[in-house]
Design a protein around this ligand. Structure first.
Ligand code: GRF
Length: 200
């Protein structure tokens, strides 16, 4: 079976990108990383792409046609599924709708709870007993869209934002590859009509 071609969008550290690169290294994994795009030239994740000999590109959000340029690069590389992995720009409705059900994101909370930034601080302030992470299809509304997978982790007594973030991040690194595997399965099943595909 042909492997699903991933395009991964990053802005920084790229530890989730690394988790996907590592997963794709297994011959049985149903996807491969075709292209990494960063909106920041200094993103450490670019070094991870280079180390794995994966094509990468910097497309600055200061460019006038930022989203059109990303779209063209992804389509040019034959990307079939776009994974946002710490990509810190909000994508417009045209882009999001153009990749409907082919665009997924990882968020460090149990969505629909705690959308947006500062999730760990807010989870601790709310006195939650559990935290976690979510991979979901992207819709134009922020941190919305059908949920693919979630993983729960405990909030422990004495947790700080740092300790909780580290526990959630370890879960993210398991969850993102698992979610990609699931989407690859969905897309392989009857040519992807199992989920609505409306690409431009
Ligand atoms: C992760 O916590 C992810 O959930 C959020 O941004 C962070 C990115 O981390 N969207 P990394 O760049 O993958 O290390």
């Amino acid at each position: 079976m042909a492997r699903l071609r991933l395009g991964i969008l990053i802005s920084g550290r790229g530890s989730n990108l690394q988790a996907l690169i590592d997963a794709c290294a297994a011959p049985s994994f149903p996807a491969t990383v075709a292209l990494v795009i960063s909106n920041k030239a200094e993103a450490a994740g670019l070094d991870r792409a280079r180390a794995a000999a994966i094509p990468s590109q910097v497309i600055s959000h200061r460019e006038p046609d930022f989203e059109a340029a990303i779209d063209a690069a992804l389509r040019g590389a034959g990307v079939e599924l776009v994974c946002l992995a710490g990509f810190m720009r909000i994508l417009g409705a045209d882009f999001v709708n153009g990749w409907r059900d082919r665009l997924i994101n990882i968020h460090p909370s149990l969505l629909p709870a705690f959308p947006g930034l500062g999730t760990h601080r807010r989870v601790l302030a709310a006195g939650e007993a559990v935290a976690g992470c979510t991979v979901h299809f992207v819709r134009p509304e922020i941190d919305a869209g059908p949920i693919i997978l979630r993983e729960t982790v405990p909030v422990l007594p004495g947790d700080t934002e740092t300790s909780l973030a580290a526990r959630v991040l370890a879960a993210e690194h398991r969850l993102y590859p698992a979610a990609v595997r699931q989407v690859a399965k969905m897309l392989a099943k009857d040519g992807g009509s199992a989920i609505s595909l409306r690409r431009n």
